[in-house]
Write a protein of this length. Sequence first.
Length: 386
Amino acid sequence: MEINWKEIREKEFPALNDVVHLKAAGGSPISRSAFKVGLSYLEDMLNSGDIFWDDYFKELELIRNKLSKYFNSKPSEIAFLINTSSCMNAVARMFNQGEIMYPEGEFPSSIHIFKRLGFTCKKINSIKHRYRIDDIKNRISVNTNYCIHSHVQYLTGFKQNLEKLGIICKENKIINIINATQSFGAFPINVKSQNIDVLVGSALKWACCGYGIGIIYIREELVKENSLPFSSWLSVKDGDSMDNDNLKIVNETKSMDSFGGTPHFQSLLTLKGGLTLIETIGDGNLQEGIKRISDRIVILTSEFVEKVKSLHYRIISPLELENRSGIITLEHKKAGKIYNELLKNHIYISLRNYSKSTEKTLLRFSFNYYNNFEDIEKAISILKKY
């Protein structure tokens, strides 16, 4: 079935009526489908008060089941927190201190709490903004316990081959921790076939669901071996008994929903709407919807790259399909001036700098499925001036 992307854009994304939004890597507009479900919660609370408690928990289980199909996991291996940072905090506090290897350009939230807690951290150097599997292999030592790696790097858009990474982690008995913030909702993920032990992410960016949604998957066996780092009254068996002596923790990832207390229903319910939209794109199949979205992103980035190649910009993002994502970053010494010109024309992207540099020389364009060729033409018309 051919997808009518124009119809989806017009129906789901009124924010795009007057602007060109090419900054999904920062945050996408919320879809109408996500907005409606989130709004229904507010309307319930306004018009009826807090009388739908049990119903909201049933909705969360429905969302969890959808995610388990996306990830190819058990529903009980998934919990809902508030953002990627909260998820990484939970991960860091679950494991014993050990040696971590991570890409030198990794987003700070992936590694910050591990460094603060005293884990030994060593960097994987990039070659032309790529983290090659052979180079990762060469960084492994007998002391390496963990690998932390974004599926898609936030600055360059480098997309790691998770199958290959998973194989070397499994062969070397390294716990494989993936930050999927820049791929969730845009690219396929299979925690079983890709040997992912822990996966974290948020729904702000490519899933178009707004702020306040952190998602964490932890392989069942790891939870049993290490126990949960956070729990509260809803993490225990028979929590409704309100027995404050009850410490019978249900040792499953899902017991950490919002760290074991009342979940943040409003944000999480928008995720139901966002995932339902992806299912619609996939003719009722969530995984097919993700595949179609990833194919759409490849088409859009290919069009953009083809037009940029003849201009005076250095493309630092990988262009080969294996490692290309929805992020295409350009380097130019007048990046700040170009960024301001884009803003004047209501074209929104991200102005960035290399880590440890104060000079903003990078223009990060990030394409989601709602974008079109007209968006690209408008951006190129400004880029041609420099």
